[in-house]
Design a binder for this molecule. Structure first.
Ligand SMILES: Cc1ncc(COP(=O)(O)O)c(C=O)c1O
Length: 556
């Protein structure tokens, strides 16, 4: 070998070693990522999309509808009569509301979707012939909603979380806000004078330096992520399995989004050391998004009755453990220059004036708010440290981080928010918030005690004022409870018994009424035979049974 050949061979060996090392690093990184995924389908989005695509449509026919759990014919008969009676009652009570719903639904795609996805899909076709729920409300007063026929319902829909202090509170904010903005009208681009007060208050509440206004929580999250990418000069974002952050593509990958999951979104295992290892070892992560509502059910999506196949729903809220997890996240984000984004759009001021940051004792780099902060009007807000919020670079004039929106900082919204923020500072509201934890923990326990005393196989779990209904037995018909609750005059959102969002304006007497109605609904459902269970030796795992049905329907 001459020196030229030796040189070439050294260069080639070096290149091969480098390529090998790079490959090895990629393999290690890929493995670490795989280990940081939650083992459920929710942690594997491509697979869950494939599964969603594969899912065959089939419906239970009348013959089996009442006895898919193997109930004997007398129980099936009892259930059939009960369903007819329940349907008749709901129909007779709300003719105007239902007529309005029926007339509107064919033209409102969102209504069609939400009315379809109230129950497991196998039951839907036959159910829709019998049970109808109206979508229209005439007025709200205190904890009550009235439908178009004047029927009163205790509201635990919470208006998607907006309703924290009671509808009358927001009506007052809206009226005072409209009056405050009246003179300026719809002038956009400039600001209503109240905006200075808003930003001062928001900076104080969030502990941040700057604020930007948007029109929805989804937009606030989009902007927070964009800023994190701009300042970190990295592309990837981390979200946790099951967490909702609005419906924008990058934060809502997986089923429900026709696009394949973006390679720039990493969906990782919440409260797991392997996730911390990924954050520590990678160099391409711009931000970590936390929705603190997940503390209630880490790694699970919001519980909806449409997925209540067997009643396996659980709540594991451990405030200390979640706070400890957030501290670990905070540390790794600080060490690695990753933006920690606390998405408080849902929980916002529900956990106290200083939100999830205050409640869990952790400081984020950027916080997003929405819902209740608008005082009853649509809103999204980003608060952040200046280093993360600035939208241009002094040394590179062409490099800006663009975000606008025609209606951002609309005068009426700003004025209504101003009223909301001022009310937040009143002694009365401060006391209500300060007592909420204790009051609602006591109420939760009270309802559970009443349910146990009545021997109903249902309990309620939750986090502060966000509750979910839990079922003590495996069963195929738990989702029917939402209709029994409706009959008793309790209004739930379209996710049914999976979410009850309580407002702080409930007094003890109203809560007592809520308990009476809830327990009565449970008793009725029990009496009607829906919680009949097969003898122990005949019990079969429901999920396996449903999977078999699916396979059969798929290959049929
Ligand atoms: C945590 C969280 N982030 C973002 C959003 C999106 O907010 P919006 O529905 O106002 O777009 C939601 C909505 O429920 C939310 O709960």
């Amino acid at each position: 070998m001459d020196t030229y050949e030796i040189g070439v061979s050294v260069v080639l060996t070096g290149a091969a070693l480098l390529a090998g090392a790079a490959l090895l690093q990629r393999v290690v990184q890929r493995l670490q990522l795989s280990f940081a995924k939650h083992p459920s389908l929710g942690g594997h989005l491509r697979m869950s999309k494939r599964f969603a695509h594969w899912l065959p449509a089939y419906s239970y026919s009348q013959d089996v509808w009442f006895s898919v759990d193997g109930a004997p014919s007398d129980i099936a008969q009892q259930r059939r009569a009960a369903l007819t009676a329940l349907g008749d009652t709901l129909k007779a009570r709300s003719p105007l509301t239902l007529a309005q719903t029926d007339a509107t639904k064919p033209m409102v795609s969102d209504m069609q979707l939400t009315s379809q996805y109230r129950v497991p899909y196998q039951f839907r076709a036959f159910l829709s012939e019998h049970l109808h729920i109206g979508y229209f409300w005439r007025d709200s007063q205190g904890v009550w909603l009235h439908d178009m026929d004047g029927n009163p319902f205790i509201d635990v829909t919470g208006s998607y979380g907006v309703n924290l202090f009671g509808y009358d509170f927001y009506k007052a904010c809206m009226a005072e806000g409209a009056a405050l903005a009246q003179e300026l009208g719809p002038v956009l681009g400039g600001y209503h004078p109240c905006v200075l007060d808003n930003v001062q208050r928001l900076c104080a509440l969030s502990g941040k330096d700057e604020v930007s206004f948007h029109m929805s929580g989804t937009e606030a999250v989009m902007q927070a992520v964009r800023l994190a990418r701009y300042h970190s000069k990295k592309r990837k974002i981390v979200r946790f399995t099951g967490a909702y952050h609005g419906w924008w593509d990058d934060v809502q990958p997986g089923p429900g989004n026709p696009m394949p999951p973006s390679g720039d979104t990493l969906t990782l295992n919440d409260m797991h050391a392997n996730t911390l290892r990924v954050l520590r070892n990678r160099k391409d992560i711009a931000c970590v998004l936390v929705n603190p509502l997940q503390a209630m059910h880490p790694n699970r999506a919001a519980p909806s009755d449409s997925t209540l196949i067997d009643g396996a729903r659980s709540v594991h809220f451990d405030r200390q453990a979640y706070a400890a997890w957030l501290h670990q996240l905070r540390q790794v984000c600080t060490d690695k220059g990753i933006a920690l984004i606390m998405d408080e759009v849902f929980l916002g001021f529900r956990l106290g004036k200083h939100g999830a940051q205050g409640y869990f004792g952790v400081e984020a780099d950027i916080v997003t708010y929405g819902k209740t902060l608008g005082g009853g009007l649509p809103i999204g807000v980003v608060c952040g440290k200046s280093a993360w919020m600035k939208r241009f670079r002094d040394d590179r004039p062409g490099d800006i981080c663009f975000a606008r929106g025609t209606f951002n900082a609309h005068p009426t919204v700003m004025a209504t928010m101003n009223v909301f923020l001022q009310k937040l500072d009143t002694l009365e509201v401060e006391q209500r918030l300060a007592n909420a934890s204790q009051v609602w923990a006591g109420r939760l326990e009270k309802l559970n005690k009443r349910l146990r005393q009545a021997d109903i196989p249902v309990q309620v779990g939750g986090m502060e004022t966000v509750w979910t209904v839990l079922y003590d037995l495996p069963g195929r018909y738990h989702w029917l409870l939402q209709y029994y609750l409706r009959e008793q005059g309790i209004a739930l959102s379209w996710v049914g018994s999976g979410r009850m969002i309580m407002s702080l304006n409930f007094d003890d007497a109203q809560f007592e009424q809520f308990c009476n109605r809830f327990v009565q609904a449970g008793k009725n459902m029990q009496q009607d035979g829906w919680w009949w269970t097969p003898p122990l030796d005949q019990q079969r795992p429901i999920r396996r049974q449903v999977l078999k049905e699916m396979l059969k329907a798929r290959w049929a």
